[in-house]
Every structure is written in structure tokens, then in C-alpha cells.
Design a protein around this ligand. Structure first.
Ligand code: KIV
Ligand code: ZN
Length: 513
């Protein structure tokens, strides 16, 4: 659904600018899951990727284009002819395709990065936008590093882009340099100088000084009617402006801005969790809107105020962003109906097959632990049900780990590959190190452990362990997740998954393993 009247269009770039920074690649299946969640959130535009950058990105954009129907699906392209044709090709199946082409307009980028004279940049813009427009009627042009560009040159560049067929013009604060009052004035000057009410003005603010959201909101005051942002503020360096903060800012202070968005804000909490779970990038507890503490009131004086009237300390309700109330614990007496209902309340939409599998696993889990928390359910849904490892080359068949105060930790791991089981053992500095050394003895290559995290799924003593691992080999990286009531098993599962994913990333990037 498009934005109506004078509302602000929400352009999500989680899967392009956000993923660019997530240290790992999301695979196509994961991008499709995020796209479905964004469609349910009712975003206006989904930027699904940068098709010319890799085969994986091309396929992901094509799959998202085929999957979602309501939002516009955008593909990013430099002004290069091959980038634009690749974007057009990837978007072929989209109900509402958009080509988003960009080139830098600031003196520093033109001279040192592009090594182009301003006149040559203008020629690039004209050629690229005309080509994009010959492929699709919906073309967005971005002047990268606009906020550090010369105003006269910038307005010339935007005018040319409009004459060449661009319908949305984006003013990025690429390096997060602008101050809100300054950016508001800057955007107002661009918009009034160009004076074209028939085009949409967009902004795209990075968060290097922590001002991405403030700058985006300031631009709305100046007339921007599209805001580019990401779930959880994921993005390059310090991130992009966070969608949930912008949208709740506009909604909560509609009196101030006089405009709103079409977003179904009750889907924020789930979408945030999904993006965090699939990318492995955690959400800080005190993150506005979606952090676990965003609606927690600790101080006695606050709690007293809340009991008298919630509005004393709450400017928006947890329900309005879909934050679940109490963490309901299920157990072995909970039936299929209660389980399915909780899964739905948590925001997951499973197919009947996934639902049946999830219930089976839930029952197995109930044999191992008394209470199954929301955190446990989310962890095993991500690990066992929604996990989309394209091809499991290696499968964990068994493990034993011995630790104690006497000797060095020892592990023995059995992996199956091509129908053959191989067992290797190793000692290590700890049980996880021993297990990972054993796995590396089985593999024909030796990946490097780039990141390792483990967390409990709830505050209870019998919580599940959820492990997250990033492996690096040559120039590529892949992540793996594992969840289990046994934390050692969780870490081994995460490692094996990361190995399997390294193979598919290597295939997509044509890297030999
Ligand atoms: O930050 C930026 O300028 C970008 C553009 C490609 C829009 O991401
Ligand atoms: Zn950006």
C-alpha cells in the first residue's frame, strides 16, 4: 500500500545498507523472511539489495521481488550501465519495481573516490537516470554525500535527474555529519530551489554522531516525504536512522509534525527480533522502542506514578509497538493450541508443516526442562525451524566432551559428510576450544573463528543456551546459530552451521574452499 495524502513514505534499507554492515551475508531465504515481515509492517518501499554486487544479492533481490506484492521493491545501482541493467533484470518479477541509482556529488568524493570532474558527474547522472527510466517508470536518484556538497552543484544535479526522469530524489547525510537544525535548513533550501511539487523528496541519514533519527525528523519538517531507514538502526559504521524510532517519533508527536506513516507499529517488536535473530546483531537493552528495557520501570517513584496513571512515565504503550507483556511460560501440560497461540502472539507465521515440526520439538524440550519461556521458543524456532542453511554438507552426528579440575578439556566429534561418518578428538583450552579443534581436524580447510557469543534464552537456571559464531575463511565470512538445553551442543551446532554456510557464501562469491 502506498503512502496516502501527505504521509511520509517509509523506505526500508535493512537488507541493503543494513546487511552491508552486518559483518555477514543473509541468504536469500532469510531475506525473503525479512521482506515478508516488512510487508506485514506495511512499509512503502523495500530496498532488497544491490544486484550488481554479487550473484547472491541479485538472486535475493529477484526472490524478494517475486515474493512481496504491496510494497515497492527497489534495487540499488551505481550509474554504471551494467549496474542499472542488472537491477532492472533482478526486479523483473516485481509488482512495483524501482531502480535506485546514485553517485556522489560532494567535492571530496568526486575528486578522491570517483576521480571525476563535476561536469562528468552530471553526464553520469543524465545517462544513468535516462537508462533506468527506459526500464521502469519508478526511478530514484541519490546524491551521495549530499550534505557535504556545494548547494549550487547539488541543485543542478537534482534538476538534471528530474529532467532525465527521476521521480524520487534522495538527500543523503552519508557520513552522519549534519546537525538537525542545519540539515532542516539544507533540505528546505534544496526543495524550495527546485520547486517541483510533483517529485518526492527523500532523506537517508547515517548515525555517526548519533543524530540519524533527529536529522530524518528535521528533514520531514522541511518537506521530505520519504525517509530511508533500517530496523534496529542496522547499517554502515554507527548505523542508519532507525525505522522504529522515526515512525514512533512521527506517531507520538503527530501534533508537532502534522504527518504520519502507514506503518502497523504493533509489528515492530517482532520484526526487530527477527532481524536481530537472523543477522546475529543484538539489540541493546536500552534501545528506544524495541530494547527489552524500553518499557521497564525500575525506580520506585516511577512505579508509583505508573500505578496511578501510566501516562505519567509512558508516552507510548508497549502494546502499540507489539512488545509482549509478561513472558508466559509453557510446559509439558500445554497442548498444541496453547503452543500455536503463543507462537502467533510472538509474531511468527509458520506453515502447517513448520507448525507441526515446531510442536514436536517443543514436546521434546518439555521432557528436558520444566518451563519453556518465550526466549526458548524464539531460539528454537530460529535454530531448528526457520534456519535456512542452503545445503548441510556436514551434519553433527555425535559429540562427547570431558572437563574437570584434573586434566585438559577433551572433545570428540563425529560429523557426517557425503554419507560417511568421521570422528576426531582434540584437547583444548576449554570444552568449546577442544570441540572446535576436533571439527577443524575433520574439515579439509581451517576457518578462523571471527566472533563467538553465547547467551541464555531466559533468566531461569534451566534456560537454553543460544550460541552465535562467525567464521572467516580467505575474504569471506559466514555465521551460524545453535540453540540447545546443553550449551556445549549449542556451540557445536553453531560452528557446524557456520561451516555449511561458508560453503554457500564461497559458491556465491566464487571463492574456492
Ligand atoms: O549512505 C548513502 O549515501 C547511501 C546511498 C547509496 C543512498 O547509502
Ligand atoms: Zn547509506
Amino acid at each position: 500500500m502506498g503512502a496516502s495524502g501527505d504521509s511520509v513514505r517509509i523506505f526500508d534499507t535493512t537488507m541493503r545498507d543494513g546487511e552491508q554492515a552486518a559483518r555477514i551475508n543473509l541468504n536469500t531465504g532469510e531475506k525473503v523472511q525479512i521482506a515478508r515481515a516488512l510487508e506485514r509492517l506495511n512499509v512503502d518501499v523495500i530496498e532488497a539489495g544491490f544486484p550488481a554486487s554479487s550473484k547472491g544479492d541479485f538472486d535475493a533481490v529477484a526472490s524478494v521481488a517475486a515474493e512481496v506484492r504491496s510494497p515497492i521493491v527497489a534495487g540499488l545501482a551505481r550509474t554504471k550501465e551494467s549496474d542499472i541493467t542488472a537491477a532492472g533484470e533482478a526486479l523483473r518479477g516485481a509488482a512495483r519495481p524501482r531502480i535506485h541509482t546514485f553517485i556522489a556529488t560532494s567535492p571530496i568524493h568526486m575528486e578522491y573516490k570517483l576521480k571525476l570532474k563535476p561536469g562528468e558527474v552530471l553526464k553520469e547522472i543524465e545517462r544513468a537516470v535516462k537508462l533506468a527510466r527506459s526500464i521502469t517508470p519508478d526511478v530514484e536518484f541519490s546524491a551521495e554525500d549530499a550534505s557535504r556538497s556545494d548547494m549550487d552543484f547539488l541543485t543542478e544535479a537534482f534538476s538534471l535527474a528530474i529532467e532525465s526522469g527521476a521521480t524520487t530524489l534522495n538527500i543523503p547525510d552519508t557520513v552522519g555529519y549534519a546537525m538537525p537544525y542545519e540539515f532542516e535548513e539544507f533540505c528546505r533550501t534544496v526543495i524550495t530551489r527546485i520547486g517541483r511539487p510533483d517529485v518526492i523528496w527523500s532523506v537517508h541519514c547515517h548515525n555517526d554522531l548519533g543524530l540519524g533519527v533527529a536529522n530524518s525528523l528535521a528533514a520531514v519538517r522541511a518537506g521530505a516525504r520519504q525517509v530511508e531507514c533500517t530496523i534496529n538502526g542496522l547499517g554502515e559504521r554507527a548505523g542508519n536512522a532507525s525505522m522504529e524510532e522515526i515512525v514512533m517519533g512521527l506517531r507520538t508527536r503527530k501534533d508537532h509534525f502534522g504527518v504520519d506513516t502507514n506503518i502497523d507499529t504493533t509489528k515492530f517488536y517482532f520484526t526487530s527480533k527477527l532481524v536481530s535473530g537472523l543477522t546475529g546483531v543484538p539489540v541493546q537493552p536500552n534501545k528506544a522502542i524495541v530494547g527489552i528495557n524500553a518499557f521497564a520501570h525500575e525506580a520506585g517513584i516511577h512505579q508509583h506514578g505508573m500505578l496511578c496513571n501510566r501516562a505519567t512515565y509512558e508516552i507510548m504503550t508497549p502494546e502499540s509497538v507489539g512488545a509482549p507483556g509478561t513472558d508466559l511460560h509453557l510446559g509439558k501440560h500445554s497442548g498444541r493450541h496453547a503452543f500455536n497461540e503463543r507462537v502467533e502472539q510472538l509474531g511468527y507465521q509458520l506453515t502447517p508443516e513448520q507448525g507441526a515440526l515446531a510442536f514436536e520439538y517443543f514436546k521434546e524440550l518439555c521432557d528436558k526442562k520444566k518451563d519453556v519461556s518465550d526466549g526458548d521458543i524464539e531460539a528454537f524456532l530460529l535454530d531448528r525451524i526457520l534456519r535456512l542453511t542452503p545445503e548441510a554438507r556436514y551434519e553433527l552426528k555425535g559429540y562427547t566432551v570431558a572437563i574437570g579440575s584434573g586434566g585438559k578439556p577433551t572433545a570428540s566429534i563425529t560429523l557426517s559428510h557425503d554419507g560417511t561418518d568421521t570422528t576426531k578428538a582434540a584437547v583444548g583450552n576449554g570444552p568449546v576450544d577442544a570441540a572446535y579443534r576436533s571439527i577443524r581436524k575433520i574439515l579439509p580447510f581451517s576457518p578462523e573463528l571471527a566472533e563467538f557469543r553465547i547467551r541464555a534464552t531466559s533468566e531461569l537456571a534451566d534456560a537454553m543456551g543460544e550460541a552465535h559464531v562467525i567464521l572467516r575463511y580467505k575474504d569471506i565470512k559466514a555465521q551460524g546459530r545453535g540453540a540447545s538445553t546443553d550449551i556445549i551442543e549449542a556451540t557445536i551446532r553453531a560452528y557446524v552451521e557456520a561451516v555449511n554456510r561458508l560453503y554457500s557464501v564461497a559458491a556465491a562469491k566464487e571463492v574456492e574452499i
